[in-house]
Design a protein around this ligand. Structure first.
Ligand SMILES: Nc1nc2c(c(=O)[nH]1)N(C=O)[C@@H](CNc1ccc(C(=O)N[C@@H](CCC(=O)O)C(=O)O)cc1)CN2
Ligand SMILES: Nc1ncnc2c1ncn2[C@@H]1O[C@H](COP(=O)(O)OP(=O)(O)OP(=O)(O)O)[C@@H](O)[C@H]1O
Length: 195
């Protein structure tokens, strides 16, 4: 178990390091391609409620991800609010003015909080990650926030991680609490994992 934690930490720092070296041109191009691929998924088209996040820094997806998901549709978009114990609360995205700077470089929604159980209303969860493997096992930032949120999500919900090309690996170290995702979207490809 200790080895797995070490392996996760090492892999995390390698991946964060390569992300920090992605230039802004490549990031913008990647975000466009990712957004187009994500919006083209039939699961997104069919979703009444999507739980998403607001990409910051070098994260793939673009800072307007929530707007991209909400624009021109009746879809509800839920966004995470980080709690003190690293668990996630949720609130509705209500337009660009409803996002405010929060701790750890994040931008969070200011609307009414739905509670951590709010994620139970999601048909699709678009989640951040640093890498995924061929089984759909995802490496996150290490707070266990999304492990907890995914454990609460409806069984029928579809989970999608957004990554750069090169972050789909043969194997990511996994622990029993890790919950695999169904789909990984990168600028160049859509990967579907079988459960
Ligand atoms: N965009 C986004 N929102 C998210 C997550 C995420 O990974 N990405 N989370 C996923 O669980 C939760 C927040 N968890 C986080 C955990 C750690 C750090 C972090 O280490 N931040 C750096 C500063 C980064 C910067 O300033 O650019 C730090 O505190 O050193 C950020 C978010 C919920 N919202
Ligand atoms: N369902 C859960 N309930 C409570 N704590 C959990 C749960 N799942 C994971 N954790 C805790 O979260 C911590 C981090 O887990 P892990 O290293 O797998 O994070 P991660 O998957 O990389 O991050 P994230 O889920 O935030 O993207 C661990 O200490 C773990 O015990």
């Amino acid at each position: 178990m200790k080895d797995i934690l070490n392996d996760k930490a090492t892999l995390r720092s390698q991946l964060m390091n390569s992300r920090s070296r992605v230039g802004s041109d490549r990031r913008v191009a990647a975000s466009r391609a990712l957004r187009d691929a994500l919006l083209a998924l039939p699961e997104i088209a069919a979703a009444g409620t999507v739980a998403a996040y607001v990409p910051v820094g070098s994260e793939p997806g673009g800072r307007d991800l929530a707007e991209d998901l909400a624009a021109g549709s009746t879809r509800r978009v839920l966004l995470p609010v980080l709690l003190a114990d690293d668990d996630l609360d949720w609130a509705l995205y209500e337009g660009p003015a409803s996002l405010v700077p929060a701790g750890r470089g994040l931008r969070e929604p200011i609307g009414p909080r739905l509670g951590p159980e709010g994620v139970r209303t999601a048909d699709v969860l678009v989640v951040p990650g640093l890498a995924v493997d061929r089984r759909g096992m995802r490496l996150g930032r290490g707070g266990g926030s999304y492990d907890r949120a995914l454990a609460r999500a409806p069984k029928a919900a579809v989970t999608v991680v957004l990554l750069y090309d090169g972050e789909v690996l043969d194997e990511v170290p996994a622990e029993p609490h890790d919950v695999p995702v169904d789909i990984a979207v990168t600028p160049a490809a859509v990967y579907r994992f079988t459960r």
